[in-house]
Design a protein around this ligand. Structure first.
Ligand code: ATP
Ligand code: MG
Length: 557
């Protein structure tokens, strides 16, 4: 995907305009994850977007942890997020935490109280929510709405000092209880959470809400374009209202919304992903079936493939569902260029080459990657007994079956033509091995006399091949949109019971000393990646994706 983009997307247009009119000299974006889980492919889109704008416009991008709720956040998540951003190939200009601004954000809240624009409400969350009524009906004012500034200051101080219980009261902004926008009906600014915070320790027991803290943090950092997903569009008037209260410079961030990424056959909310992990439906956040960046990485995805995917889907203003096949297209495209070809037999059937000399082993030259000359060649062992894929033989084969069949001839990849003469079965009639003869003059798979064989199959040498655990993955969910549910359903009803199948395959000897993360094409079978559980003598591969590709047309259109 090297071609230059001719048209700017709507965000790039806004920025171009802001730079041309001199509104900003340099742009600053931010990626603001809450460290309450691992990042997923949706976050990757947001990362590519924000850091992509920095690259395009020679700006800056901050990584800011939105660590305003210590009851859900953990250092493990912070570290994984930093790793993921780097792995995707991006460098942030600053690493910040919303908690760095707690004091300033608090002082602004006190200022709002002084100005009669915020009050402590001692009602229950249910009462508060009921009084907001609905957009077509005026809201009902809280009985605490008009308490005095002095009283508000005193009680807010007590809240801060830990004198009140969690849930007993909140600080609310006094905005407009009759606004048709429910977010403007006296939103909550602070709640009490009595939990140790990883960065601020026990200094605070009141924590600002997202809507209040986010824009103020953007302002403090001098963010010029604050890009978020569409569901925040209705929060924008509130974002502006909070900025109106503090902005003395006129240089304030502009919130711009774009459509979040949804990918078929998976879920993308951190709450649900956490549930999959804690209830052990998957092996962890980096389970290769997970849509997390760490899961995709372990599965064998490359940063380039994810960046190309993000570039291809672009930024839209309306929500849509992206077929997971498009993501698979981009990893195939990338691995086709960079993954060396090797041979592995996933479901082995023994073949004895009866006219091959006993005890002889040949080392046949095999190209590593037809797409990359610099990838070189390797030697592949060949001897009297080999394994082929069980499905590559058929006893009662139809005419169009061009693989191995009784009396038929087939090419063994990089080796010889072989012909099947005899099918050996056990007493139950199961095929246990095939007896074949080879044509010594067809070495390298070249026809000795112009005679043609239609099929080429892969194989491994039985004496030197290695057993390897291979994990074959399928979609984690059986439903295209597991979030689209009938009333009595949960997304868990659609977990695919067959999303992981573990087999023992036979792989060629050259794979003896591979390392976790190494990527290969198993010829005719797909792309595979060495798992982190793999060790010498106990190889483990993950299937990244099969070779079948029904998306190339759509993706390159
Ligand atoms: P989730 O709903 O999955 O828990 P979130 O929005 O709560 O995600 P944050 O940590 O707040 O997660 O997200 C950080 C940034 O990533 C935000 O700017 C958010 O808009 C963006 N983001 C989250 N999910 C997606 C998505 N599916 N597509 C694009 N951007 C996303
Ligand atoms: Mg969020």
């Amino acid at each position: 995907m090297e071609e230059k983009k001719e048209t700017l997307n709507f965000i790039e247009q806004i920025i171009t305009n802001d730079l041309e009119t001199g509104k900003h000299k340099q742009i600053i974006t931010r990626f603001p994850p809450e460290p309450n889980g691992y990042l997923h492919i949706g976050h990757a889109k947001s990362i590519c977007l924000n850091f992509g704008l920095k690259e395009t416009f020679n700006g800056k991008t901050n990584l800011r942890f939105d660590d305003t709720n210590p009851s859900k956040e953990e250092v493990e998540y912070v570290n994984s997020i930093i790793d993921d951003v780097h792995w995707l190939g991006f460098e942030y200009d600053n690493l910040f935490y919303a908690s760095d601004y707690f004091q300033q954000i608090y002082e602004w809240a006190v200022m709002l109280i002084r100005e009669g624009k915020a009050y402590v409400d001692e009602q229950t969350p249910e009462q508060i929510s009921e009084q907001r009524t609905n957009p077509t009906v005026p809201g009902i004012e809280s009985p605490f709405r008009n308490r005095s500034v002095e009283e508000n200051l005193r009680i807010f101080q007590e809240m801060k000092d830990g004198k009140h219980d969690e849930g007993s009261m909140v600080l609310r902004a006094k905005v407009d209880m009759n606004s048709p926008n429910m977010h403007m009906r006296d939103p909550i600014m602070y709640r009490i959470i009595k939990k140790h915070h990883d960065r601020t320790g026990d200094k605070w027991c009141i924590y600002p809400m997202y809507d209040y803290a986010h824009g103020q943090s953007d302002y403090i950092e001098g963010i010029t374009h604050s890009i978020c997903t569409l569901e925040f569009e209705v929060h924008r008037p509130l974002y502006e209202w909070f900025l109106d209260q503090i902005d003395t410079t006129g240089k304030r961030p502009r919130q711009i919304e774009f459509a979040r990424l949804n990918v078929s056959y998976t879920v993308m909310s951190k709450r649900k992903l956490l549930e999959l992990v804690t209830n052990k439906y998957v092996s962890g956040w980096d389970d290769p079936r997970m849509p997390t960046i760490s899961g995709l990485r372990r599965r064998g995805y490359t940063p380039e493939s994810i960046r190309n995917f993000a570039e291809r889907i672009g930024v839209a203003k309306r929500e849509n569902m992206i077929d997971v096949g498009l993501l698979e297209f981009f990893i195939r495209e990338d691995l086709n260029k960079r993954a060396n070809r090797v041979m592995a037999v996933l479901d082995p059937l023994k073949v004895v080459i009866t006219n091959y000399p006993d005890g002889q082993t040949e080392q046949l030259d095999s190209g590593n990657n037809p797409e990359d000359e610099t990838a070189g060649t390797r030697k592949v062992n060949f001897s009297k007994e080999i394994f082929i894929e069980r499905e590559d033989f058929m006893e009662d084969a139809p005419a169009k079956f061009f693989r191995l069949k009784p009396g038929g001839e087939v090419r063994l990849r990089n080796a010889y033509f072989v012909k099947c003469n005899e099918v050996i079965k056990d007493k139950n009639g199961n095929i246990t091995e095939l007896h074949c003869t080879y044509d010594p003059d067809s070495k390298g798979g070249q026809s000795p006399d112009g005679r043609k064989v239609k099929g080429t199959i892969h194989w491994v040498d039985s004496k030197t091949c290695i057993d390897a655990e291979v994990r074959l993955y399928d979609r984690l969910f059986t439903k295209e949109n597991p979030d689209d549910l009938a009333e009595n359903e949960t997304y868990l009803d659609y977990l695919n019971p067959d999303s992981l199948k573990t087999i023992t395959a036979k792989v060629e000897k050259s794979l003896e000393s591979v390392n976790p993360g190494d990527k290969f094409q198993f010829e005719r079978k797909g792309y595979f990646c060495v798992d982190k559980n793999s060790a010498p003598g106990k190889l483990v591969f993950n299937r990244t994706v099969t070779l079948k590709d029904s998306w190339s047309k759509i993706a390159t259109n």
